[in-house]
Design a protein around this ligand. Structure first.
Ligand code: ATP
Ligand code: MG
Length: 453
């Protein structure tokens, strides 16, 4: 009886799971060498000054999954000021949620102090809004409280580089083994506290190949509308993370499956409910995934230009139908789409400037005469414009021949380029008029049924 009771105490059951399961080096797959030099230095220094210090969150999860984390976060019981005092090259950042950035050579290690639940007050002071969304989150707490306020069990794991132990308060290691994504605590309450967690669920499931646990998935469809209360910039950040995770295609499908797209995220409605654009968008997502997985950079401007292209295209056609000329009609269409989307999506100015450049370049690809192609080659964003043109050709919107011509023109030497232009000129009178006529006919997107239809 006594031993059973003691057993329960130590396994933490009497404390509602407050004691961690400590997994020794021999029972998990993380090797110390895979921890970044910066995170090792930071945890060692904190420890040598008597503080607890663990690698935490996504890095531990990804190492246990056999992946390579993109950054290493550290959690400690030292306050931001105490951390700051130990590292010369460090600064406190964040107002709502204060953290310390410690610079270690080229690496920045983010150090956060264990957080606990907010003291619950009255009225405004409750720290949550009328839907249950947490407005403040800056109360220090114990390690166990810190684990409990994290989102998913697999994101609440701590690794101690000194002892090489994994500390697991919420069964995250078992969940990882079963490839299960489970929200800590009551799913509805946790999604209400921070609706962004719904998008994070889709992203982690898609990018880490995890399955949403049934109780985590159940409230999603019902609570999707709460995303509308989240500041647009946070939604945009999270969407960008999903779109550039290397698993955008799967991530977007996952959002759709859980009903997270409809009417909530205008961007996703656009992506998935335009039959004509579906093929184009899916191609763009596949290309983005391939680039990310090959370690190449992806630009948010290009991505959003692709996601909104068919909006622009239909506005462009409308303006042309009213008798406006190709280029001014496109410019009007761009302005219209950006004005409508900028506010909803909180697209930063530098991103919309990129989008405009890529879009505005498109009619210039159809002008294959005189000096124009030479000038276009010199455009600083030529590469992005050309990649975009290729997407248009591949999706059936334009004749493949146009993309192939530009592929050849780029690679060709001067003589061959002149030959290509001469052939173009000979083939059709004044290139300018011919182009305009042809674009009017060819720019209709082929109505190919994509997966979104
Ligand atoms: P990645 O960096 O690959 O996106 P990550 O898990 O490191 O994955 P971050 O956004 O960097 O994600 O967050 C770090 C950690 O902070 C998470 O692992 C999680 O423990 C916690 N966290 C982040 N966002 C939330 C949230 N909205 N609610 C609760 N905990 C969160
Ligand atoms: Mg991270």
């Amino acid at each position: 009886m006594i031993t059973r009771l003691l057993g329960k105490v130590f396994s933490g059951r009497l404390f509602g799971g407050s004691r961690p399961k400590i997994i020794p080096r021999s029972r998990h797959s993380i090797v110390r060498d895979s921890i970044s030099p910066g995170a090792l230095r930071v945890t060692q220094t904190l420890r040598s000054h008597g503080y607890a210090a663990f690698v935490v969150g996504g890095a531990v999860r990804d190492l246990l999954l056999g992946g390579r984390p993109k950054d290493f976060d550290v959690a400690t019981n030292a306050t931001p000021e105490e951390v700051r005092a130990l590292f010369r090259r460090s600064r406190v950042i964040g107002r709502r949620f204060r953290l310390v950035h410690v610079l270690c050579g080229p690496e920045t290690v983010e150090v956060s102090t264990f957080r606990g639940p907010n003291a619950v007050g009255e009225g405004e002071d409750r720290g949550i809004d009328e839907h249950g969304r947490i407005l403040r989150d800056n109360v220090f707490g114990t390690q166990e409280q810190d684990a409990t306020r994290r989102d998913f069990s697999v994101n609440a794991l701590f690794y101690d580089p000194a002892t090489e132990e994994v500390w697991d308060y919420h069964g995250g290691v078992a969940d990882l083994r079963r490839r299960r994504l489970r929200l800590i605590g009551d799913a509805e309450k946790r999604f209400r506290e921070d609706p962004i967690r719904m998008l994070r669920a889709a992203r982690f499931a898609a990018s880490r190949g995890l399955e949403l646990e049934a109780r985590t998935r159940a409230p999603l469809r019902r609570l999707a509308g709460l995303l509308a209360n989240v500041p647009a910039s946070r939604v945009l950040d999270e969407m960008l993370k999903l779109l550039t995770s290397g698993h955008a295609t799967r991530g977007v499908a996952q959002l759709r499956r859980d009903g997270l797209h409809h009417g909530v995220l205008p961007l996703l409605d656009i992506i998935m409910e335009q039959p004509l654009g579906a093929r184009f968008v899916n191609l763009a997502l596949e290309r983005t995934d391939a680039r990310v997985l090959a370690g190449k950079p992806v630009s948010p401007g290009f991505l959003f230009a692709a996601l909104l292209w068919h909006e622009v295209l239909s506005a462009w056609k409308e303006h042309e139908a009213r008798g406006e000329h190709t280029v001014p009609a496109l410019q009007r269409a761009i302005d219209r789409v950006l004005t409508a989307q900028r506010e909803k999506l909180a697209i930063p100015h530098r991103v919309s400037a990129d989008m405009t450049e890529i879009w505005a370049m498109q009619p210039r690809f159809e002008q294959r005469f005189g000096r124009r192609p030479w000038r276009l080659l010199e455009h600083p964003r030529f590469r992005a414009g050309y990649d975009f043109l290729e997407l248009r050709c591949e999706s059936g919107e334009l004749a493949p021949e146009l993309g192939a011509w530009w592929g050849r023109f780029q690679r060709a030497g001067e003589a061959e380029r002149n030959g290509m232009l001469a052939r173009e000129g000979a083939a059709g009178g004044t290139g300018r008029r011919r182009r305009r006529r042809r674009r009017g006919g060819a720019a209709r997107p082929a109505a190919q049924p994509g997966p979104g239809t």
